[in-house]
Structure formats: C-alpha cells, structure tokens
Design a protein around this ligand. Structure first.
Ligand SMILES: NC(=O)c1ccc[n+]([C@@H]2O[C@H](COP(=O)([O-])OP(=O)(O)OC[C@H]3O[C@@H](n4cnc5c(N)ncnc54)[C@H](O)[C@@H]3O)[C@@H](O)[C@H]2O)c1
Length: 345
C-alpha cells in the first residue's frame, strides 16, 4: 500500500504530544516526511528526534513533497496556511478551532471544495468512547427527539500559562475558543447539526485580570491577558431545542468538570461519564457503560480517520462545514457579549 506523505506545520505542544506520536503509531500507512516551524531550531530538533528528512524554512516549500499536512500553529494562521496547502493540492488536518472568524472558515471550505482536497479539523472529543456511545444511543432513538442540552466545560484556576493562549491577536479568544469549542462541536454533532436561531452570550475576564492569581497551570501576565476566562451562553435552535452552555479556564468552583447532558422526549443521556436515563416497564431505568481498556486513544482514532480518508478508505468524521458552524456560534457568543444583546442567526 502507498504510504501517505505527511508534513507537520508548527511543532509545539499539540504536534509533539498528539499528532506526531499518533502518525508514528501508524507507520504502515503514513510517513512524516517534512516539518516546518517559525522557530527553526525547534523544527530542526523535531526532525532529528523523529528522523524526519526535510525541514522547510517556508511552509510553502513543503507542499510539493507531501500529500497532506497537519497544521498546529496558533489560531491566527490556520486559515492562511490551510488555504495555501489546499490550493497546492494538499489535504489538510487543521487544529481546532477551524479559524478565528467564520469568514476565514468559509474561505477554507471554498478552497477545499475548489481544489477537491480534504479538510478536517481536530475536534477529537468526538472520538472519545463516551461520545461514540452517546452518538450510537441517539441514532438508535434511545432518547427520542433531543430537547434540552446542558454543557459545562469547567476548570478551576487553570489558565494556560504557556504559549500564546492568553493573546487575543494570535488566538482570537480564550476559554471559549480554546476549550469550549470542543464541547460545542460535540454537542452540535450529537444533536445532528440543528440550526441555531438566537444566541445570548456573556464573557468574563475579571478574575484573570486581577493581579496575584493562584493558577495551577503556571504563571501568566494579568496585564497582557486580553481574552475570556469564563463564558456563558444560551442558544436556541430552529427545531425548538435549546442549549445552556458554560465554559471556563478559571472558575471559582469546587473542582474541574466536563459534562454534556441531553434530555430528550423519551429519555436522556450524559456523555461524561456515559449514562442513559430512560423510563421503561413502569420504572425509571439508568444504564451505565463499562468503557473497555485498550481502545485507540481519541488522538490515534482521529489520525486514522484522516489518513484513511486521504487514502480513499474512509469518510471524514469531522467535516469542515460542521467546524464552520462551531466558529459561527462562537462568533455569535462573542458578538452578543460585546453588544449586550442577543444575536439572531
Ligand atoms: N485539540 C486540542 O485539544 C488542542 C490542544 C492544544 C492546542 N490545540 C491547538 O493547536 C494549536 C497549537 O497549539 P499548541 O498548544 O501546540 O501551541 P504551542 O505554542 O505549543 O505550539 C505552536 C507552534 O507553532 C509555531 N508557530 C507559530 N506561528 C507559526 C507560523 N506562522 N507558522 C509556523 N509555525 C508557527 C510556534 O513556534 C510553536 O512551535 C492551536 O490552534 C491550539 O488551539 C489543540
């Protein structure tokens, strides 16, 4: 079988921690042949560590040598680099969020369609075993029509103190665009992409802009901090469903927790941990799942899906038009907060 030639653009935390190890675990079908990073020294070191033959000074130099690229740069560069790769005939797996604005996402989607190349976004929560179970339960009609979704993606005092996460120019936002986006994507996917009609959002930064913070994920500069650390939203959909959404990097709460629950007409479910709530035989019935050990990690499952899709042997799980909708919603939440009004979509 021909191996897919993969290039990595941006070789920081997520490239080293998730994408490179995943591709190295799939050596029979993919080979990392090139790397690029604006930090040339980091690119050279990565190439040496993983025996990657080509280090490119400019990301465009990479395109003739690869079939696909994985883009792991700060969010500001996702659109520009993805579009250049797609125009050069290269498939793209881009880190989340797809891009900072919906307009950028639309241009990425157009480039993928025009050049008949694949574009996927690294929303890996979909590949968690709990999310896979929830999707199957909904498709099996175990909860009936979904009515009310509640999402909480909450961390207690964990502003990422490294990298550029607190820089609005490079990332476009904070806790919502970095962490909340995963749960928004997961919720929309589970609900089968209902059309949002109205969004109310509020963003907060007061805690992180106060000097002398206790922060479990390293020090950060409260003076240059210019993104959100806590976001709430209420979203209504055309089909009558609604979503209560909250995410935070730095809440004053007892402990971190990530939860997504859906209450439907016939039953309900929780994704983390997976539980199914039904009423049957005149009684309330709860089901739990024993998640089997040894399943591929979400990162590996994501890499397999992308590579197999590029090789024509699978279909993308995360489609660009879905990721665009996540960015549209986030944009509406930010807009609602800025204008103190609800946003109609
Ligand atoms: N899927 C997830 O759960 C997850 C987790 C963390 C980060 N991310 C995403 O991954 C991306 C990178 O995050 P990270 O944690 O690896 O950050 P990082 O700061 O550790 O690494 C970013 C790398 O990109 C390089 N870079 C910066 N600008 C560049 C450019 N214009 N061209 C090429 N290289 C450039 C930097 O030198 C650095 O090596 C972000 O979009 C972030 O949202 C996703």
């Amino acid at each position: 079988m021909t191996r897919l030639k993969m290039g990595i653009i941006g070789v920081g935390g997520i490239a080293q921690g998730r994408h490179i190890p995943s591709f190295l675990d799939m050596k029979s079908k993919v080979e990392i042949t090139a790397v690029h990073d604006v930090n040339q020294e980091r690119a050279e070191e990565t190439a040496k560590t993983y025996d990657i033959s080509l280090v490119c000074n400019d990301y465009k130099e990479m395109f003739p040598h690869v079939d696909a690229v994985t883009i792991c740069t700060p969010n500001k560069f996702h659109a520009e680099i993805s579009i250049a790769a797609l125009e050069a005939g290269v498939h793209v797996l881009c880190e989340k969020p797809m891009a900072i604005t919906a307009a950028e996402c639309e241009a990425m989607l157009e480039a993928a369609e025009k050049n008949d190349r694949l574009l996927s976004i690294a929303y890996h929560y979909r590949y968690t075993p709990e999310a896979q179970l929830a999707k199957k339960a909904i498709l099996n009609n175990d909860i009936g029509e979904p009515l009310v979704t509640r999402v909480q993606a909450m961390r207690r005092r964990k502003v990422p103190g490294w990298g550029v996460f607190t820089n609005k120019d490079l990332q476009g936002g904070g806790s919502l665009i970095d962490f909340g986006c995963h749960l928004l994507d997961l919720a929309l996917w589970l609900l089968d992409d209902p059309k949002p009609v109205e969004v109310i959002g509020r963003t907060y930064d007061r805690l992180s802009k106060t000097p002398g913070q206790v922060n479990d994920w390293g020090p950060f500069d409260h003076e240059t901090f210019n993104v959100d650390d806590h976001v709430t939203s209420y979203i209504t959909f055309e089909n009558g469903a609604s979503m209560q959404f909250e995410c935070s990097w730095a809440a004053n709460i007892k402990e971190d927790h990530t939860s997504l629950t859906i209450s439907g007409v016939d039953g309900g479910l929780s994704v983390y941990p997976f539980e199914l709530y039904q009423a049957k035989y005149g009684a309330l019935m709860d089901s739990t799942a024993k998640i089997r050990e040894g399943e591929p990690t979400p990162g590996l499952a994501q890499a397999n899906n992308f590579v197999d899709s590029c090789l024509g042997q699978d279909e993308l799980v995360v489609k660009p038009e879905q990721a665009l909708k996540v960015t549209r919603l986030m944009e509406a939440i930010y807009q609602s907060s800025e204008t103190s009004t609800s946003v109609k979509l």
